[in-house]
Structures are given as structure tokens and as C-alpha cells.
Design a protein around this ligand. Structure first.
Ligand SMILES: [Zn+2]
Ligand SMILES: [Zn+2]
Length: 149
């Protein structure tokens, strides 16, 4: 009796397109849709990434970068807070909330922190810092630097 059951083909109706599909299979339309969505996501990610890269290729960013490093005393905040080391080589300005996902925060001083190359790599694109640091606004400083054309 069990054997009969095993040879019976069980069907279900695809909730998406209404087609009859085998109970243990996924309808092709669902597979196609998943693929389409994935492609769209990748395309969007690529575009956002391109945009984000361009946004740190201008003078506005270069000026801000300089000011952030100044604000942070010219040393890696992660090395300092985590290991009590003053690292002043290969400094980079890290976006706490990643550029690609938060393009609106690219020039936000409170989203920026000075770290060394190694720390930047280790931080990667996680959305938070792994050390205790609260970036401050430097807008007052920025006002004073307006003479730059
Ligand atoms: Zn379907
Ligand atoms: Zn560091």
C-alpha cells in the first residue's frame, strides 16, 4: 500500500502563476523571479557603489577628510581606543555606516572616524564600530574654512 502512495504524483498549485507543479518542486516562475530580483539588487548595488566611489573623488570629500583627521587628533581612533597605541601612518577616514548603503551619510561628520589602513580593513562594512568612539560635529570648523574655492 505504501508503494502505491510513493508512485502517486502529488501536485500543488503555484501561488504565483497558478500552474500545476509537483509538490516537492518549485515552480519555474518562482525561480525566474528570484533570479530577476537578485539581478536587480546587484545592478542597484553596483550603481550605488559607483555613486559612492564618485562621491569621495571630489574636493568636498578631500577637504572634509582632512578636517576629520584633524578633529581626531591625527591618529587612528581604533588603535588608540582598543590598544592604546598612537598610529599616525596610513590614516584613512572610515564611514561607520557604509557608503554604499548610506550614501546620504557620506559627508556626515558624525558618520566619520579616522582609522589606519589596517583598522579600516578590519572594520570592513559592518555598520558599527567595535570600539568606544563618538564622532563629533566639526561644522564650526568647516565654516571657518569657507575661503577655499
Ligand atoms: Zn508559478
Ligand atoms: Zn588602527
Amino acid at each position: 500500500m505504501m508503494k502505491v502512495m510513493l508512485f502517486m504524483k502529488m501536485y500543488k498549485q503555484c501561488p504565483r502563476c497558478g500552474k500545476k507543479v509537483l509538490i516537492n518542486e518549485t515552480c519555474q516562475c518562482v525561480i525566474d523571479n528570484k533570479r530577476k530580483k537578485k539581478n536587480e539588487y546587484q545592478k542597484k548595488y553596483y550603481q550605488n557603489n559607483k555613486k559612492a566611489v564618485n562621491m569621495i573623488k571630489n574636493k568636498r570629500w578631500r577637504n572634509l577628510r582632512k578636517l576629520i583627521i584633524e578633529r581626531d587628533g591625527g591618529f587612528c581612533q581604533r588603535c588608540y581606543h582598543k590598544f592604546h597605541i598612537f598610529e599616525t601612518e596610513e590614516l584613512q577616514v572610515h564611514h561607520i555606516k557604509p557608503r554604499v548603503d548610506f550614501p546620504e551619510l557620506i559627508y556626515d561628520e558624525e558618520n566619520l572616524v579616522t582609522v589606519c589602513k589596517q583598522c579600516n580593513l578590519q572594520l570592513g562594512t559592518r555598520h558599527t564600530l567595535d570600539f568606544d568612539f563618538k564622532p563629533e560635529k566639526i561644522s564650526v570648523k568647516l565654516q571657518g574654512k569657507k575661503e577655499e574655492k
